[in-house]
Write a protein that binds this ligand. Structure first.
Ligand code: ADP
Length: 863
């Protein structure tokens, strides 16, 4: 600003100097001045233009401007050129003193009047045409007019006009310079002189003023100092007879068009104006702007003369070019971009522009697209779209995932980048669209695949776990198999030993018995050995049969009321001698009274378990004692058999309840047995509803425990009494009369031997039919021992008949079939008792005693 102002001040100073000079020389050269000021007025116009713009910038800001204006006004009033300023209506706003002097008016006659009042009426219309042109922004123009003076004479003037537009771009004022052309011819001679006077003024203009001849090559008659800056040549070098013609500086491509434009202007009597390129002395190419006009005079050679002004516009051109280039660059970036792009008006969603990729992608023409709304493409509701656009405009969010519909109806997944841009002070959305349908599909597939893999992984994991478990089980099975292999070998060796040893005894001593010289004592000894060996073998066989029945699930439970005190007493009596013989002390503990010691259980199984445990205690104890008894624990009776024997190691304690397992696996095991007793006992105890366990310390002894449910019932009294009663029917003196039904002679003989001293009378029959007959004939028979398998009539049929006439007569079945269910079948059929062959004397007597409480046991031998 300051530099512009300084420039202005220096120019004004120059003007003042010039003015002084003109004032001084007024008397001498006044008549020549009017024409000569053509150039000066242009300078003035240029200064005015600049002045106006500066005034606009600085208006009201400082007093320096006011000073500048004052000075300019002074120049304006006193310069010997007629100036006038009209408003947009064509009314006179201002005139200078020279104007008033030229036409002979007073200021008051003129100010505010329409300018046309001073024009000869026939020429008013040409002024109006000119005025209209000015309104259309033709900044600089000229018209020749005859003006009416105050004394009614007419002066011809050439009006040069310069328009001023305000900020709203409408016409504000027009400045006119009026040249009196009445004396124009007189002035030509003094041209050079006036040029000299104007030169300093023109040299301050940015560019060069010229006058040249209308010829190709444009020979210059005059050129201002500015030519050096513009072309690199001095005015002498450029003017006629210089070293170069101006036409040569013009770019060859522009020369023709300049020529024809200038000629056209000549034809139309108009100004010309164009832009073209020149090459300076330094070889630099410059863009220049030129405006000029033909003079109404010709030179001495009768050539048309033109005058004008040329200025450097390279910078503006370059800027324009850069702008154009960058515009084109950006246009290309938008239109030819491979990405799909849309320009959207966020206020209503209208598509403003679309690039080639968008046209191709959506399948609509550009014409269609720019009539469409983004709602026609985005499948979201209008409301949702507005919301998202708001986010993009406020830059809250720029990335979006949408579904867009194409012209062919296809729905595509798109990723949209949307950003705000401002064009012509308005906001737009610039959207770049990327189709990611396939990526989304792949993503979806990937997720699905992942899930599949996950499931597969889980299944695999499960399979692995299962395999691991199977492996573990296999390992256990392998260990078990190895163990069972070892056990099998031990078992086979053991079994073989357990069968061969007694067999050896039987066979050996049976053959020794045949010796004739054998003493009675020896015979008895041999027979005892044979009996013991037989017993041992029988024990093994019994255990084998029992375990087979258990494993086949053929063992059933037959509960009945049984007095455990009595049972324990019997066992004590039975084992007492054996324990004694081994030097062991056998003791018995009974916690309940006889009345309370009745259990409802399977008597035989309970008996078998206790027998086995006591037998083992005696077997595995060398010294000390064995304590047998029970405790009542809640709803159970806990039996125990405690010894001070060899004990069992911790590791073997669990195994000894398995079948064929013994604690001692060494071949040197000196104890009899095949390892079945505890397996059978365990199975029986569990069948009775209890459990079996032990406490043992190796070398100190073992205590075996087992529990059975204890239900104390009142009715047992009745049962027990009735048994007693039935037993007491017979007087103590009377021995029973027994019928033996048996077809086998040896069995017959055996029974006779046992019973002959224990009964009053023994009756015999070798088939069922006879037995029925005997029973009918002897109603004093007390009990019948009935074989099952017999000729003529079997035991079942005979029993049925006997029961038909003697229902109260006790009939005991005796059979060699020790198979499961035989006993149950017999009892269910109607037998009162059951005994298995080989018949043990004690058992038989006990059984008979349970039916007939007579003196037979006490009277006869021993149990
Ligand atoms: P076995 O016919 O071999 O006696 P069992 O099944 O009755 O068979 O017993 C299994 C094993 O338990 C025996 O071989 C023995 O090693 C051990 N055993 C049983 N009872 C006792 C006990 N009271 N003291 C020490 N070891 C015992």
């Amino acid at each position: 600003m300051k530099s512009t102002y300084n420039q202005l001040v220096s120019r004004i100073k120059l003007l003042e100097t010039e003015l002084e000079r003109y004032k001084k020389g007024e008397q001498l050269q006044k008549e020549n001045l009017n024409d000569d000021f053509v150039v000066l007025k242009k300078a003035h116009r240029s200064i005015l233009r600049e002045y106006n713009s500066i005034i606009k910038e600085l208006a009201g800001k400082n007093t320096l401007i006011y000073e500048a204006e004052k000075k300019t006004r002074n120049i304006f009033q006193n310069i010997p050129i007629a100036f006038q300023t009209l408003d947009k209506e064509g009314k006179i706003v201002d005139i200078n003193n020279y104007w008033l002097a030229l036409l002979g008016y007073e200021r008051n006659d003129v100010a505010g009047k329409p300018f046309i009042n001073f024009i000869q009426p026939e020429y008013i219309h040409s002024f109006e045409e000119h005025f209209q042109l000015l309104k259309k922004k033709v900044e600089f123009s000229q018209v020749q007019l005859p003006l009416i003076c105050s004394n009614d004479s007419v002066i011809h003037v050439l009006c040069y006009s310069y328009t001023i537009f305000n900020e709203e771009d409408s016409l504000y004022q027009i400045h006119f310079t009026l040249n009196n052309i009445e004396n124009k011819n007189k002035s030509t001679e003094s041209l050079t002189e006036s040029e000299c006077k104007l030169e300093p003024l023109l040299s301050n203009l940015p560019g060069m003023a010229y006058r040249c001849i209308n010829k190709k090559g444009w020979p210059l008659e005059f050129v201002s100092e500015g030519c050096l800056d513009l072309t690199g040549y001095t005015k002498e070098e450029l003017c006629i007879n210089g070293i170069i013609e101006y036409g040569e500086l013009i770019h060859p491509d522009d020369r023709d068009f300049i020529w024809s434009e200038v000629q056209k202007a000549y034809q139309g009597k108009k100004q010309f104006e164009f832009e073209y390129r020149i090459t300076t002395r330094q070889g630099i190419q410059k863009w220049v702007w030129e405006r000029g006009t033909f003079l109404d005079k010709k030179n001495s050679s009768n050539d048309n003369i033109l005058e004008g002004f040329i200025t450097d516009i390279t910078q503006r051109k370059n800027t324009e070019y850069t702008l154009k280039e960058s515009e084109e660059h950006y246009k290309a970036m938008f239109y030819h971009n491979k990405s799909v792009m849309l320009l959207i008006d966020p206020s209503d969603g209208k598509i403003i522009d679309a690039n080639e990729s968008a046209i191709k992608y959506y399948g609509y023409s550009l014409k269609q697209l720019i009539t469409m709304n983004i709602d026609d493409i985005n499948i979201l509701s209008s409301e949702e779209i507005r919301k998202e656009m708001k986010k993009a405009v406020s830059e809250e969010r720029n990335f979006f995932q949408f579904k867009h519909k194409l012209a062919d109806g296809q729905l595509r997944d798109v990723q949209v980048y949307s950003g705000k841009i401002i064009m012509h002070s308005k906001e737009f959305l610039y959207s770049i669209i990327h189709d990611n349908t396939n990526e989304r599909l792949n993503e979806k597939k990937l997720i699905e695949q992942n899930e599949e893999y996950q499931t597969m992984n889980e299944t695999l994991q499960e399979s692995l776990e299962r395999i691991k478990k199977i492996n573990e089980e296999l390992e256990i099975s392998k260990e078990k198999a190895e163990e069972s292999d070892r056990l099998k070998s031990v078992f086979l060796a053991n079994m073989s030993h357990e069968i061969r040893t007694p067999m050896n005894g039987i066979m050996g001593f049976a053959s020794l018995l045949k010796r004739p010289e054998l003493s009675g004592e020896k015979q008895k000894q041999y027979i005892r050995i044979i009996e013991n060996s037989g017993k041992r073998m029988l024990n093994t066989l019994n255990d084998l049969i029992d375990i087979s029945k258990i494993e086949a699930g053929q063992v059933t439970i037959n509960n009945e009321h049984t007095n455990i005190n009595v049972q324990l007493r019997n066992l004590f009596d039975f084992f007492f001698r054996e324990a004694n013989e081994k030097g062991l002390c056998l003791t018995l503990q009974k916690k309940l009274s006889t009345e309370d010691s009745i259990l409802y259980t399977d008597k035989e199984k309970l008996y078998a378990v206790l027998t086995n445990l006591i037998k083992n205690s005696i077997k595995y104890t060398k010294k000390g004692g064995i304590d047998v008894g029970y405790n009542v624990v809640g709803q159970t009776i806990e039996f125990f058999v405690k010894d001070t024997g060899i004990g069992i190691s911790k590791e073997r304690q669990k195994a000894i309840f398995d079948r064929f397992v013994q604690a001692d696996l060494s071949p040197s095991n000196q104890y009899e047995g095949v390892g079945l007793g505890l397996a059978i006992s365990k199975a029986y105890v569990e069948m009775l509803g209890g459990k079996i366990w032990l406490e043992s310390t190796e070398g100190q002894g073992s205590t075996f425990y087992f529990s059975v449910p204890y239900h104390h019932e009142e009715e047992h009294e009745t049962d027990w009494d009735s048994i007693n009663k039935s037993a007491n029917r017979h007087s103590p003196e009377k021995k029973p009369i027994i019928l033996i039904v048996e077809d086998d002679e040896i069995a017959n003989f055996y029974l006779t031997e046992i019973l002959k001293d224990r009964s009053d009378k023994l009756l015999f029959s070798n088939n069922g039919k006879d037995a029925v007959k005997i029973c009918k004939e002897n109603n004093n028979i007390d009990i019948v021992l009935m074989d099952i398998k017999m000729p003529v009539m079997d035991g079942y049929a005979a029993t049925k008949e006997i029961k038909s006439f003697r229902p109260e007569l006790p009939i005991v079945a005796q059979t060699a079939f020790a198979m499961t269910g035989d006993k149950e079948k017999a009892l269910n059929f109607g037998f009162d008792g059951f005994i298995t062959k080989p018949i043990k004397e004690v058992e038989l007597l006990k059984l008979i005693k349970s039916f007939i409480n007579g003196p037979m046991l006490t009277n006869g031998g021993h149990a």
